[in-house]
Design a protein around this ligand. Sequence first.
Ligand SMILES: [Mn+2]
Length: 407
Amino acid sequence: MANKFKKRRDKILNKYLKEKEAFLIIGEKNLGGKPFKINSNILYLTGIKEENNILLLFKGKGGKKKEILIIQNKNPDREKWEGIRLGKEKAKEISGIDKVEYLKNRDNVIAGVLNKMETVYINYKNESTLSKKNNKRKSFIRDIKYNFPHLDVKNSTEIMKKLRTVKDDSEVKLIKKAIEITKEALYYTWENIEPGMREYEVKAMINYQIKKRGAKIAFNTIVAGGPNGVILHYPDGDRKLKKNDLLLFDVGARWKGYSADISRTVPVSGKFSKSQKEIYEIVLKTNKQSIKNVEVGKTLKDIANEAKEILKKGLKSLDLIDKDEELKKYYYHSIGHHLGLDTHDLSFKSEQLKERAVITIEPGLYIKEKDVGIRIEDDVLVDENEVVNLSENIAKETDEIESIMNK
Ligand SMILES: [Mn+2]
């Protein structure tokens, strides 16, 4: 079996690099307070989960394809504190890259290649973002620009987006597994919710169910009861759940790097009230129709506009709005995003969907006066000639949810 990471690198080498062009990805910790997560581009291209690694792909004279991976030095003293480092042999085995070097030789290795190149693609946006915050990656990129002034420096992100918005089979399989674990965690939690519990208890319960299954938490789980459901990124809460509350979950397991992203809204009592159900059905209808509306060639914006029409109609039928413009009072986010190694995966917002894209569809309604916040989110594969709802097995009909909760 050909190494899938090698296949991905080959795409870059074959399709995007000309003679004397190099492609350089610098991995680093995700800064800015987020939980530790490996640079997803490095992971995508090498399968290696260590931080600070550097991948260098290039075409030498005559278009000869070459790859070098630079990894953390073995360091027995540091390893006592931080854990075992991969080392060359393991790195070769996982990535399928024959030439692996240690970071201590970084400058020589890179100079040896870049001196012979004319163009280098690097992961940075532009000059102004480079001067903003300082970190290892940015100072390294500045050094490259300074030390190799002959190079034409281009942004590698466009190439990565093109690759990553089209999922291969192994990626879809991992997303499916992440969805399956998310489903099991949701169902366990629904069966065990009781009025009087605090939001944080429910959150701990669902996160534990995910971790228990060997997965990671893809993003900060949202568990928002009653009036808190209208806050889109509701942070950790301690509301004591009331019998008549709706409870909104936005949750995803991460399996081998790949994220699920699922939202469901359930009644704490195990039974939707009549008025909750009326609003729920509008969101559900929008969710289902929007999934049907997904197709190759459309943009997420097209799908969002179609969704808005359904939401408006529904709200009018319940006399919650009179005019179209009033929709934004009750619905104030986009319809979805690409999903993959990042929960909000690399993508072009305005680009037409391609075959094998995986996106979320997540309409909602947030009616403050009624203490009602509802979002129903599924993960969808845009496959050849059809749309596959990867999370179709996670209950979203009101009677299905009620029967799970009353088990
Ligand atoms: Mn989402």
